[in-house]
Design a protein around this ligand. Structure first.
Ligand code: MF3
Ligand code: CO
Ligand code: CO
Length: 262
């Protein structure tokens, strides 16, 4: 049942490094603008300008009819929040900013959480746990392991904190395309799924909820929220499998990891 997964040449990793670096720099760049009173629409304008000024193209614009350069998902929005000038950030909000840039035909896809003002203790615990969940997944990204090993590690860690992983969305193969095989589910069974091999390139992007794993997509066709309106968080990196492990293409040049960023 394993679908054909594109394997890139190690020489191709140079293009992925550049695209991934620009994606990470874009998330670094936006950090000081994430404040009480700013609209997510204004943040999107800044993100788009930064990507274009640096030779990149926002991959989301025109993607299945999506019109913005980013997805900005506050609080109980799980993913695909559409930036809007009417959505003004409030003290205590936690938001995910997810951008994908195309540079010289290569895709870099990454997201981070940000705090607007001061987060609640619970929100902070969710965000920090979600960061660790992403890393539990990334640590399984070794040649010979499987996609099920990644998902299993992520689900186990989230469950150990009494949080739930989202089942309806997953990581994906990426490279010269935005979304390809293999799917990287946020749950799984060890030793099952696609076997990881050097040259495979994909994202690890767990979404973790405080309450139910169930999601709802709003009538705009994009905005996805938790069914119980509980808080949701996500981090995302793009990485490639090497002979000995993994190389992450979207690490912050400023070494920023999880918020607060300083
Ligand atoms: N960047 C998202 C991902 O991680 C995809 C967003 S597609 C959009 O795969 F159209 F909603 F922007
Ligand atoms: Co992605
Ligand atoms: Co993304």
């Amino acid at each position: 049942m394993t679908k054909n997964v594109t394997k890139y040449d190690i020489k191709d990793f140079e293009g992925l490094r550049k695209a991934g670096r620009l994606a990470a720099e874009t998330l670094d760049y936006i950090t000081p603008f994430v404040k009480v009173g700013v609209s997510t629409g204004a943040l999107d304008d800044l993100l788009e300008a930064f990507m274009r000024q640096n030779g990149g193209i926002p991959a989301t614009i025109g993607y299945h009819g999506y019109e913005k350069a980013s997805c900005i998902s506050p609080n109980h929005v799980v993913c695909h929040g559409i930036p809007s000038y009417n959505k003004i950030l409030q003290d205590g909000d936690i938001i995910n900013i997810d951008i994908t840039v195309i540079l010289d035909g290569w895709y870099g896809d990454t997201s981070r959480m940000y705090y607007v003002g001061k987060p609640s203790i619970k929100a902070k615990r969710l965000v920090e746990t979600t960061y660790e969940v992403m890393w539990a997944g990334i640590r399984q990204c070794l040649p010979g392991n499987t996609t099920g090993d990644i998902g299993h590690a992520m689900q186990e860690l989230a469950a150990s904190e009494n949080f739930s992983v989202v089942l309806d969305f997953c990581g994906h193969g990426i490279g010269r395309v935005f979304h390809g095989a293999p799917n990287i589910l946020n749950y799984g069974t060890p030793h099952t799924g696609t076997k990881l091999e050097p040259g495979m390139v994909f994202t690890v992007e767990p979404m973790v909820n405080i309450g139910t794993y169930r999601t709802l997509t709003l009538s705009d066709g994009w905005t996805t929220i938790t069914k119980d309106r509980s808080l949701s968080a996500q981090f995302e990196h793009t990485l490639g499998i090497t002979e000995t492990g993994y190389e992450i293409f979207t690490l912050s040049p400023k070494h920023w990891t999880y918020p607060p960023y300083k």
